[in-house]
Design a protein. Structure first.
Lengths: 462, 460
């Protein structure tokens, strides 16, 4: 990257018209992706995205300019543009000495992506495809994808921050379609993490495919989901998407500081049962939301959001933290150098509870078991959420009796959290394909134990 | 800089490797302004550029497991000679990994109609940043001033883009066009002592004159206030009247299901239905890449094929699919409808709708509502991405108003609406005259529509 003298010149230029803080963010992202469809390796794409952005904070505002050229001249130009927007701000500052920061997060990619040929990677997709096709004559379409991304970032600011991060993501995806007569059902799956080729030491993307095929086959014969209010038991692991959508987004500080979140002003208040603890942790080795530093140069940390049912803390980036005169929690993230950071979740999960997971299912007389979940969405102001159950089962007299399809869960996040009455002893994180969209995309992890909500609205067709 | 010349140069360099080649260049100037309580909260401006190189090698020899042509793709945002050379080399190398496909080729040049598409407005290019900031503030000011119960907007955002697309390929396609866009959107939040409610307002256009910030702000505020105090209705099967915004939930999944790629690969609930009735008689669906001023309008698609108007459903009968060059070649009897599309220079062109819409009817939206004795008027929906174009499964969340004796009464929220797409299209009973476009997946457009027999999941 550029020598620190160049960075200082860019930061000083950014502050030439005043401002409280200037920041330079540089990024180099390389990506390879392969897609196999109809048994053919159809698409092979490779590329890189290189660029940088200069941000100037003044009062409660920020001006940003970016460039896809990393030369000093282009960055000085961006700095001049950002400074022009900040004109008239109070106080002229100069850049402090840049000191390279150390992160508390220690883990390394052991085997870089280039130690395996593209042909070998394509070979894994071929195996995934073959295994799935052999699985059942009703499988009519199989799509598999591989992607690897190496994202390196360099962050500097006028308070002397100098932070670097190097993030490698590997991911396998699959989608299976099954058909009987005129009925088609599809099922999607994925596995991955922030990891190098050591991924293959203990995980096998081929294995996930028959399971996805089974879901599609099961849904072919499933009856339509019921509609109305009923007890719902949500699976561990990826089921944590419920907390992520329904509550996590409402604890991101940008909505909180404006009073636009359902959880604004509730720190210290009871928001869930005594046995509920929820955490956002950007330091867990190998997870998709993990960073040594966030995209503003703040070291990531483990933030307890809810402890024993009491709301403890929100997730902060620099912008929101400065607004109220406190520190960031290391949750400032951005999709790329073309985007300004905002508070985002990292790896967010509900911690272990006291209940036996089997007992949780046994406790339901008539309800729904959400075994696999798709995506969801929340309206942050009120906390209303919705998400899709991709594999659902009816629970009758404590037993899973019949698969159901087309179920959706809706409710209000804060209300749902308050009514949760059982949390399992089986916490787990998702298999590693979480992607969260909030104007910008960010890789995340979610997780939870088995959870029971006594009265949720299920949107089926019966 | 002459980007078309650059695209042609890239193609000439690439063909030296003995491949067919295509260069796609997208260059733009983007401004984004966020406003909070009368102040600029975030202002971002920059130029962005990207190059994507697609190469096709013939399938003889090598490691191909299937005969036919093999595809490789690489991209960069660095236009230096060195970077371009590396990008071409990467695309050529990747084509060795890919399997052959006899239908894979690049399109030939085709005559294009010479007509004014009205997608570039010099007034937008010349619009000073101060005016943009003022428009962003106006969005918020109008919303906050609409009613004292509107407490804030978050986000409140103005976007403007001007750019150039250039495409050249080794079959002789060479073209470029300029495009402009301005749009504003905001979430307005209303609050009273018992409840809070959020509503989305948006407005956009290719031309400065198409964008009216005051209307956008007022629209969001009116909806947010109106939906205060919403509550679920009992679970029941009932008539649903969709606002244009809510009705695009149906169109998004439909546009994917009528894509030739989904049909050819058995990933569409409409497979084998061409020539058959798939919707009520009153339903016609069109895709028009040449709609004057439309935000998905352009002279040619993302692989250089002229865009066109395609009637997909005519009076309830499925007529044809949407095609790009690959799916048309594979079909044999079809030609591309000009629907090749890519998210950015970093993606291989795929197939997507352009301006995709329900043909409007004759009734006003008020008349559509007046025809319903009891039912749900849906103002907005969430989680439309979950609608499955393969199975047709459709179950999303909704909020709006209960309809009582042909008029809107109390606010409703936290309910689901569900009905398989196959039945939903057949159950359309009325179509309004208020065609409105939403900037999603190209541009989806719908009037107010009435659908009978929808399952509403609510209380009890």
């Amino acid at each position: 990257m550029l020598p620190t003298e160049s960075i200082r010149r860019v930061l000083d230029t950014a502050l030439q018209n005043g401002g409280d803080l200037a920041e330079v963010y540089l990024e180099n992202t390389e990506r390879l992706s392969l897609t196999l469809d109809e048994g053919r390796l159809e698409q092979a794409t490779q590329g890189n995205d290189i660029g940088g952005g200069v941000r100037v904070f003044y009062d409660n505002s920020a001006a940003y300019a970016y460039t896809d050229d990393l030369g000093e001249e282009a960055l000085l130009e961006a700095a001049t543009a950002a400074a022009a927007a900040a004109r008239g701000a109070n106080g002229i500052r100069v850049c402090a000495d840049l000191t390279k920061r150390k992160s508390p997060v220690i883990f390394q990619v052991k085997r870089p992506f280039e130690r395996m040929s593209t042909q070998e990677k394509a070979g894994v997709l071929r195996q995934m495809d073959e295994v799935t096709r052999r699985h059942s004559p009703h499988i009519v379409s199989v799509q598999c994808g591989y992607s690897e991304t190496r994202r390196r970032v360099w962050i500097y600011n006028s308070e002397g921050v100098w932070a670097e991060d190097d993030r490698s993501f590997l991911e396998f995806r699959g989608q299976v379609t099954a058909q009987k007569g005129d009925v088609r059902q599809s099922s999607a799956t994925g596995i991955g993490g922030q990891i190098g080729l050591e991924f293959f030491d203990d995980r096998d993307p081929v294995q996930m495919m028959p399971e996805a095929a089974d879901t599609a086959l099961l849904m072919l014969d499933a009856r339509p989901a019921p509609a109305g209010e009923m007890p719902v038991v949500i699976t561990n692991g990826w089921g944590g998407v419920l907390f992520h959508e329904a509550c996590g987004h409402c604890m991101e500080a940008d909505f909180v500081t404006k009073g636009a979140s359902a959880y604004a002003g509730l720190v210290g208040e009871k928001v869930g049962p005594d046995f509920l603890t929820a955490i956002d942790d950007g330091t867990i080795p190998g997870r998709r939301g993990t960073m040594r530093f966030d995209d503003e140069g703040t070291p990531t940390k483990r933030t307890v959001l809810i402890e024993n049912g009491i709301l403890q803390e929100y997730m902060w980036d620099l912008t929101e933290a400065r607004r109220v005169g406190r520190g960031s929690t290391g949750n400032g993230r951005r999709q790329s150098f073309r985007h300004m950071p905002m508070p985002r979740m990292t790896n967010t999960f509900i911690d272990a509870g006291p209940h036996d997971p089997e007992e949780i299912i046994r406790s339901v007389k008539k309800g729904l078991y959400a075994k696999k979940l798709g995506g969801g969405q929340v309206e942050i102001g009120r906390g209303d959420y919705v998400f899709t159950v991709t594999e659902g089962w009816l629970i009758e007299d404590g037993k899973l009796t019949a698969p159901v399809r087309g179920a959706t869960l809706v409710g209000n996040g804060p209300e749902t959290l308050r009514q949760i009455d059982m949390i399992g002893t089986d916490p787990a994180l998702d298999p590693g394909r979480g992607m969260c969209g909030k104007i910008q995309w960010a890789r995340v992890s979610v997780g939870q134990p088995t959870v029971r909500a006594p009265k949720l609205t299920v949107g089926g067709t019966e | 800089m002459d980007y078309l010349k650059l695209a042609k140069d890239v193609v000439s360099q690439a063909v030296e490797w003995g491949v067919e080649a295509e260069a796609y260049i997208n260059v733009g100037q983007n401004t984004e302004i966020n406003v909070d309580r009368g102040e600029v909260e975030k202002l971002s401006q920059a130029g962005a550029k990207g190059l994507g190189v697609r190469v096709i090698r013939d399938g003889k020899g090598g490691s191909a497991r299937h005969s036919g042509a093999r595809l490789g793709y690489a991209y960069t945002s660095d236009f230096s000679a060195n970077s371009i050379r590396r990008t071409i080399e990467a695309a050529v190398t990747l084509a060795e990994v890919a399997d052959g496909d006899v239908y894979r080729s690049l399109p030939e040049p085709q005559p294009a109609p010479d007509e004014e598409l009205d997608i570039y407005d010099q007034a937008l290019v010349d619009l000073p940043i101060e005016r943009k900031v003022e428009m962003a503030k106006q969005l918020e000011r109008v919303a906050l001033g609409y009613d004292k119960r509107i407490v804030l907007t978050n986000p409140c955002m103005l976007l403007s883009q001007v750019g150039t697309v250039a495409i050249a390929n080794s079959k002789g396609i060479a073209g470029s066009y300029d495009k402009s866009f301005i749009g504003g959107f905001l979430m307005a939040m209303a609050a009273d002592e018992n409840d809070r409610s959020m509503a989305f307002g948006f407005g956009f256009g290719s031309r400065l004159a198409d964008f009216a910030p005051a209307e956008v702000g007022e629209d969001a505020a009116r909806k947010a206030v109106g939906m205060l105090g919403g509550k679920p209705v009992p679970t029941q099967r009932a008539t649903v009247v969709y606002s244009p915004l809510a009705a695009t939930s149906v169109l998004g999944a439909l546009s994917r299901a009528v894509g030739a790629d989904a049909l050819q690969r058995n990933r569409s609930f409409l497979k084998d239905k061409i020539g058959q009735p798939v919707a009520a008689d009153m339903v016609s669906v069109l895709d028009n890449g040449r709609l004057p001023g439309g935000i998905a309008t352009r002279p040619f698609d993302d692989e250089g094929v002229p865009t066109a108007a395609t009637r997909l459903i005519d009076e309830g009968v499925l007529q044809t699919a949407l095609y790009d060059h690959y799916t048309a070649t594979r079909d044999g009897a079809a030609s591309s409808t000009g629907n090749a599309s890519r998210g950015s220079h970093a993606s291989i062109p795929g197939l997507d709708a352009s301006n995709f819409y329900f043909q409007p009817g004759l009734q006003t939206p008020e008349e559509v509502i007046a025809g319903v004795e009891r039912g749900l008027y849906v103002e907005s929906v969430m989680n439309t991405a979950s609608i499955n174009p393969i199975s047709g499964d459709y179950s999303i969340s909704a909020k709006g108003y209960w309809i009582e004796n042909g008029a809107l009464s109390y606010a409703v929220n936290e309910v689901t609406i569900a009905l398989p797409m196959q039945e939903l299209l057949q159950n359309i009973k009325a179509i309004g005259n208020d065609l409105t476009f939403v900037p999603m997946m190209g541009a989806l457009g719908s009037p107010t529509i009435r659908v009978d027999g929808v399952m509403i999941g609510g209380s009890g």
